[in-house]
Write a protein that binds this ligand. Sequence first.
Ligand code: ZN
Length: 219
Amino acid sequence: MAIDHKDEDPRELVASLCKDFYKLGWVTGTGGGVSVKKGDSIFLAPSGVQKERIKTDEVFIVDFPTGAFRFEPEGLKCTECYPLFMSAFRLRGAGAVIHSHSQNAFMATLMYPGKEFVVTHMEMIKGLRNAVDQRAYRYDEKLVIPIIENTCFEKDLTESLTRAMSDYPAACAVLVRRHGLYVWGDTWQKAKTHAECLDYLFETACKMKAAGFDPTAPE
Ligand SMILES: [Zn+2]
């Protein structure tokens, strides 16, 4: 039987996901972030704090879809990723959005100097879903993740991120060059699975390229 997560406190979930992602190197140095939607509320990790030590009363709560703050923890700043997270909730119907500063995502944007990260014939592609029809990708399909250019301030990425979302409706993520990844899913479980599979694919594709293999075509 599937485990029922319905009664889970979304503030605890945000805190525990931050702890998990800290261990993976995705939210170290206070970077990156996590947001989860439950009903008409969105729960966001604060900015500029040690992400592995967030307490439940330090999690911001925002009304969906208005974006009005329902709870602002005293003395804490909301994440700069807030407008980017809201784009995925509004435009993609996301249930959770993860922002990772993973080195694998960073390196993938250097190994793929164009506007797309492309891989095929890799088993872990099957863990990702096409955002248009929610169908799981097949092993032999091409997975394409758009890459946008970084800006000096996180919030200034909003326009190019939303453009990439509409240009690539099947993609469940957007890479930011020399920065990291925004990834989402219908539920927090799907967002986490997408993030883990993509991180594996970024790392493997970079290693394949370095070893002389082409990750965009079967050998
Ligand atoms: Zn960032």
